[in-house]
Design a protein around this ligand. Structure first.
Ligand SMILES: C[S@@+](CC[C@H](N)C(=O)[O-])C[C@H]1O[C@@H](n2cnc3c(N)ncnc32)[C@H](O)[C@@H]1O
Length: 259
């Protein structure tokens, strides 16, 4: 386990999430409180989740004067997420990065409003790629802005890990209605099923008789570009436009997105 040992990195992480007293913030894998302590000073409601009972006990003592902080034993993968809007500010256990991102970003009605998270460098590069490699990452990037803010060198942790880390921020993109999310899932699934096909061909089956060429052009997508090279925000833009076309029908979202 690699604990954050650079206070300026923790402070910058907290600042980048623009935490206010009105916010509810979750720190996942709180450890000794490298992030929990600066979060406590913002005055926000803070939930520090930690799996190791001894860390929970010690962090509870450290935070006992901060009435706005609750230290709760729990596992990142199963801890019940708040139902009301919340932020995540954490240096997370890297082994559960995908599981946590899936919980935060996949559900169509996730209550996550924004986040600042330290993750492994390679993971950050993958999820912030201009064109994601897979459908799941595209679903995240079409609905949220994921930005790689900075590289964090191994020396900022104790003990120093072998790999570099990254400061990542997450913000909600422009809102998508329920119908637009259904259109988006259908469009993305078609694009990632046939990533090498020109976008107009990949989309022809999902546009029910509409001329794919014209619809894509109007949404700012090159109809001849391979579907797998189109940026997720472009697909989201297309989905918003498609949702306004009352003549088109979109299947319900698959249940697994809500798990
Ligand atoms: C890399 S340390 C980071 C600790 C602290 N956030 C920091 O920056 O110093 C990861 C922490 O997450 C805890 N942890 C590991 N797996 C976890 C899980 N599945 N659920 C909750 N906590 C976990 C570990 O006990 C450890 O305290």
């Amino acid at each position: 386990m690699h604990f954050l040992a650079a206070a300026h990195v923790a402070d910058r992480l907290v600042r980048s999430a623009e935490v206010t007293e009105r916010d509810l913030v979750v720190d996942f894998g709180a450890g000794h409180g490298a992030i929990t302590a600066p979060l406590a000073r913002t005055g926000a409601g803070v939930i520090a989740v930690e799996r190791d009972p001894e860390f929970v006990r010690r962090l509870g003592i450290r935070m006992s004067d901060s009435g706005n902080v609750k230290v709760i034993p729990g596992d990142v993968r199963t801890f019940p997420l708040p139902r009301k809007a919340f932020l995540v500010v954490s240096s997370i256990p890297y082994a559960v990065s995908t599981a946590l991102f899936r919980r935060l970003l996949t559900p169509p009605r996730t209550a996550l409003s924004r986040a600042a998270i330290i993750v492994e460098w390679g993971f950050a590069k993958r999820v912030t790629a201009a064109v994601p490699r897979d459908l799941e990452a595209a679903w995240w990037a079409a609905r949220f802005e994921l930005d790689l803010v900075d590289r964090i060198p191994p020396r900022c942790f104790s003990p120093a890990p072998k790999v570099a880390s990254a400061h990542l921020t997450i913000r909600r993109g422009e809102p998508l209605s329920g119908l637009a999310q259904r259109a988006l899932w259908t469009v993305l699934s078609a694009a990632y099923r046939a990533p090498r096909l020109p976008a107009r061909q990949a989309m022809s089956a999902v546009l029910a008789g509409r001329r794919a060429h014209g619809v894509l052009k109007a949404a700012g997508i090159d109809p001849a570009a391979p579907a797998g090279t189109v940026r997720p925000d472009r697909w989201a833009h297309l989905a918003r436009r498609l949702a306004e076309d009352r003549g088109l029908h979109w299947p319900p979202l698959p249940k697994h997105l809500n798990r």
